[in-house]
Ligand binder design. Structure first.
Ligand code: LUD
Length: 280
């Protein structure tokens, strides 16, 4: 058996086309959604992602502004900019691209963003809301993963979901989202006794560790759905956390890298921005 390839790029495109209609309605009401992205320094990957976000906004009719700040920007300068954006009624969503240069305090910067403009869902208020199921913004990559799985018509309730990785940006929030969908969720990390054995119990396996080709054929239960969140650059090539060539022979469905979860992250960012504008 060879796995169905889940086309994240195509699904993201569909979502963006639907969003464009909603944006047109809001624009007709004089309320064009606006996203402001703050990019500090010269991280090459961040530049690529920010450019993709900008292009996607343009295509959907969302106003997007990018503030490109020098690597040497001070914490105070960055916080001043956030304060200014918080007060700007044309800015519905604020996103500070991570990682920030080492001398800056990420936590303090995230805390400074108004929760109702925090389209990344990283502010502690939104993290808390997600935990209790109270709405609020959900981090874009986890939201994109859930949307991919739902649109692939994979059952979730009662299924074993195993998440590899426990980051605040992907692992923890994606586990919470699938728990909310009534899955039985296991989170694995560097101190897990036997990760391969845990992974083999998964009906849905989500790999978000940042280690190229970590997940091998014998980690995957035949027919399982495998979601690869990894984006690792190896000799100039992008490689996921899953050994795609091996795993596609045993999985029931699998996301490619690139063209899987990445484009969904961006689609979910646009969706959050439209929601922020619609909420007023
Ligand atoms: N920071 C993100 N940092 C990194 N891949 C992204 C991402 C699109 N504040 C904040 O945007 O949500 C964020 N908010 N993140 N990421 C990762 C993370 C952030 C990663 C990949 C892609 C967004 C993407 O489009 C393409 C794909 O997988 O097909 C490949 C693009 C390439 O590198 O060529």
């Amino acid at each position: 058996m060879t796995a169905k390839i889940i086309d994240g790029k195509a699904i993201a495109q569909e979502i963006r086309a639907d969003l464009a209609k909603h944006v047109a309605q809001l624009t007709a009401q004089g309320n064009t959604p606006g996203l402001t992205v703050v990019l500090v320094g010269d991280n090459p990957a961040s530049k690529v992602y920010v450019r993709s976000k900008q292009r996607a906004c343009e295509e959907a009719g969302i106003n997007s502004t990018v503030h490109r700040l020098a690597e040497e920007t001070t914490q105070e300068e960055l916080l001043d900019l956030i304060t200014q954006l918080n007060a700007d009624s044309t800015v519905h969503g604020i996103l500070v691209q991570l990682p920030l240069p080492g001398h800056l305090n990420e936590e303090e910067v995230i805390n400074a963003i108004l929760p109702e403009k925090d389209v990344d869902g990283f502010h502690p208020i939104n993290v808390g809301k997600l935990q209790i199921g109270a709405g609020g913004f959900v981090p874009c990559t986890p939201a994109g993963i859930l949307e991919l799985v739902k649109r692939t018509e994979v059952p979730i309730a009662g299924q074993n979901v195993v998440v590899l990785g426990r980051s605040n940006i992907v692992g923890k929030p994606v586990a919470t989202l699938f728990l909310q969908e009534n899955a039985t969720v296991t989170i694995c990390h560097s101190r897990t006794k036997d990760v391969a054995a845990e992974a083999r119990r998964a009906d849905i396996l989500i790999a978000a560790v940042g280690r190229p080709k970590l997940v091998k054929r014998d980690w995957v239960k035949p027919g399982a759905v495998v979601i690869d969140v990894g984006i690792n650059r190896v000799n100039g090539k992008i490689v996921g956390d899953v050994d795609f060539e091996e795993v596609k022979e045993v999985a029931g469905a699998i996301t490619p890298v690139p063209g899987g979860v990445g484009p969904m992250t961006i689609a979910m960012l646009l969706k959050a921005t439209v929601e922020a504008a619609a909420r007023g």
